[in-house]
Write a protein that binds this ligand. Sequence first.
Ligand code: AMP
Ligand code: GLY
Length: 322
Amino acid sequence: MRVACVGGGAREHVIAETLYKSGAEIYAVMKNRNPGIMNLASDYTILKETDVDKVVSWCRDKRVELAVIGPEAPLAAGIVDALEKEGIPAVGPTKSAAEIETSKAFMRLLMEKYGIDGNLEYRVFTDIGEIRSFLKDYDKEYAVKPAGLTGGKGVKVFGEHLRNNAEALRYCEEIIEKGIGGGVVVIEEKAVGEEYTLQAFVDGKRVIPMPLVQDHKRAYEGDAGPNTGGMGSYSQEDGLLPFISIDDYKKSVKIVERIVGALRDEGRTYKGIIYGQFMLTADGPKIIEVNCRFGDPEAMNVLPLLRNNFLKVCEEIVDENL
Ligand code: AMP
Ligand code: GLY
């Protein structure tokens, strides 16, 4: 089968490698030259992955039969909707289902509306005056984030990146004025605990969870630096993590299942890979964010462990038959 693999990072290298081992012919679309992917590909093109029209037209010319989308940016740009219009099924959510990642405000609101466990106290703002009066009376520590995409680098946490309300307000002002992540600010209670990632295959209805992974976000020695998109990750032989019990794992799976169910009920049926970023707090697992794709680097921890044929799994995702 001729399969387009969109994206040029380490994540897409392991996606392409696993597809290749499953018998797929790889047609790679990437904005940069990734020699690992180039070695596996029957053909490749260097294109901006968010240039949806060009990507779709290349896939059509190459008679691609299935596409697997690695990064969030083309998903946010509606690449799956455009490929499907062209009759090319794709592993990845449509633009509206991808909002679970591309709008942190939508994600929190959805969890609240459906009463899903693991949500945090949150408020959404576009007005600095409202933020000022909110923070004056807010007695908990909090995190400030732009609602939209920032490559994992937009969050500032009280006590870590922010020392006081004045600093937080300055950052909120910057988000609004510069339109960072859409210029919408989400302020949420600070969760305290150990973070972990639960990725799952989703066919619209069924959620098949993968082993847990923990990635390392902080730059610099002693974790003193800013958050990055993730600089390395590990997993454990039994699929759990040193601080996670099977009960916490099951609770986390349930939360992801309920999010997928809520998206379906909202008419935003989710097909592809979902990524739950959790924190295990004293009060149980809490959702920090939800991503609409494999993690980079977390894909490298799970795909090499897959015993099933990955190409077949991808076909089952698009056929809603996992
Ligand atoms: P995000 O991009 O939302 O995953 O945030 C990046 C990182 O910021 C997370 O992995 C956490 O380490 C931290 N973070 C985000 N939101 C919170 C929160 N509500 N409480 C504590 N830490 C957070
Ligand atoms: N490693 C974090 C992410 O892929 O979002």
